[in-house]
Each structure stands twice: as C-alpha cells, then as structure tokens.
Write a protein that binds this ligand. Structure first.
Ligand code: ATP
Length: 238
C-alpha cells in the first residue's frame, strides 16, 4: 500500500511578462516529509510558491495535491483544501491581538479551537504570554511564530513557508527550525520550506531541491547535500 504523494509539481513554467522566473521544474513532496527549496535571490523560489498557491497562474505545468489537480485553485480555496501558506515577510494583521490573529486562522476549520490554541501555545509559549498583545508590537521572531501558529489553526496537511527565519538571529532561527521539526513529527504535517539559509534548512529537511535561474540544478537528502559540493560552492556558506 502506497500513500498518495502529497504534492506533485510537473513541468511548471511561470513567467512575468517576458521574464521567465520558473523554467519547467518538477518535484514532489511525500506524505509527512519536510522538503526544502533552496537557491539564491531571484532563483524562482517565491514564484514557485505563488504558483502552488494560485497567486500566479503558470504558463504551463500541472500541480497536484493528494492526487487531485490544484492547478486552477484560488488562494481562497487553498486553506479548505488543506494547504496553509505563510508568505515571505509575513506580517500578521497588526491591529489585532495575537489571540485574534490565531482565531482568524481557524475560520476555515472552526472546531476544537481551544484544543488547537493549547497546542500552539505549547509550541510557542511566547505567544501565550503575549496573547492579548497587539501583533504589530511583536518582535520579528514572535511575528514569525504567530504566522506559523495561525497557519496551524487551519489544520493543514501541507504547510508552505517562505523564508520563516529571514532577519532572525541565528539562535532564534534554529529554535524555529526545531519547532517545525516537532510539528512535523507530532502532527505529520508535510512542510515545504523556502530558505536562503541553506545549511540550516538542510539540517532540518528530509529532502531538498536547489533552484538556480528558474531551473532545478541539484536535489537530494539534506544529509547528502550538506556533504556534497553544493554547500561548499554555495553563495551562502552560513
Ligand atoms: P528571493 O529570495 O529574492 O525572493 P526567489 O528565489 O524567491 O528570490 P522570485 O521572487 O521567485 O525568486 O523571482 C524569480 C525571478 O522573477 C526574478 O528574476 C525576479 O526578478 C522575477 N520576478 C519576481 N516577481 C516578479 C514580478 N512581479 N514581475 C516581474 N518579475 C518578477
């Protein structure tokens, strides 16, 4: 018995007018896997996520989630389908409290709310301490925690994260990575993480794909890529 592949992207091409941002890439995410999408600035990582989430219509290609085509999904339908997306530089609704933001995250699945809140507060005790605080006054790291927590309130099967550690101190970035692993272990949620911090992402992930100028140039397990040329030659040795 084989489980249906969580996400399958086939021959995806995405352009912005004349700019070919993604030039025919194919990759997969197996159930309960953490997959990293790595690459330099402008490699096409965010564009790939925008295509998966329906924010950008692909020129070509097929995207399947749990065996069904989501090539024409709209961002509105995404959460209901079981995919949660935390875009780069994600800022929660600043004028709302931490708790209110988390409750908004549950609007597509408004059940077991108290239980889900408890669980998120266990992962991120800082959010519990600050539950009544206005979100705009949270630190960068706390806002990232809130973005992840809010995504979890929708009970996703697949969590898409665009640079969740961007701008965070290394210690805090590692803490976020550790919690992502815990969430994956305990809840079996598949995670696609876009990162510029290759070393950190490779330590976290089960499998990784490397994008350069819109093409996949390497792939392998986190361990293999950490050992191989990729990380040695990478523009980012951090
Ligand atoms: P970063 O880490 O800097 O976000 P990235 O790997 O996510 O990089 P993308 O943001 O996907 O890269 O960009 C891929 C290419 O598409 C780049 O050349 C970029 O300039 C271009 N691009 C992105 N968004 C647009 C847009 N709205 N209009 C035109 N070109 C765009």
């Amino acid at each position: 018995l084989t489980m249906t592949t969580t996400l399958r992207v086939r021959d995806l091409r995405v352009s912005y007018g004349p700019v070919q941002a993604v030039r025919s890439i194919s990759f997969e995410i197996e159930p309960k896997a953490i997959v990293a999408l790595l690459g330099a600035n402008g490699a096409g990582k965010s564009t790939t996520l925008r295509a998966i989430t329906g924010l950008q219509r692909p020129v070509e290609g097929e995207i399947e989630f749990e065996g069904r085509s989501i090539s024409r999904i709209t961002p509105m339908q995404l959460a209901r389908a079981g995919i949660a997306f935390s875009p780069e530089g994600r800022r929660p609704f600043g004028e709302m409290s931490v708790l209110e933001n988390l409750l908004v995250g549950a609007h597509t699945r408004p059940r077991d709310v108290a239980k889900k809140l408890d669980r998120i507060y266990e992962y991120f005790p800082r959010l519990k301490e600050r539950s009544k605080q206005i979100s705009s006054s949270l630190s960068g790291g706390e806002q990232q925690m809130l973005a992840i927590g809010r995504a979890l309130m929708a009970e996703p099967k697949l969590l898409l994260l665009d640079e969740p550690t961007l701008g965070l101190a290394p210690l805090l970035a590692r803490e976020i990575m550790r919690i992502l692993r815990e969430i994956n272990d305990e809840q079996g949620i598949s995670i696609l993480i876009v990162e510029q911090n290759a070393r950190m992402a490779l330590k976290l992930c089960d499998y990784a794909y490397v994008l350069a100028s819109g093409r996949l140039t390497a792939e392998g397990t986190g361990g293999d890529l950490l050992k191989g040329d990729y990380i040695q030659n990478a523009y980012i040795g951090n």
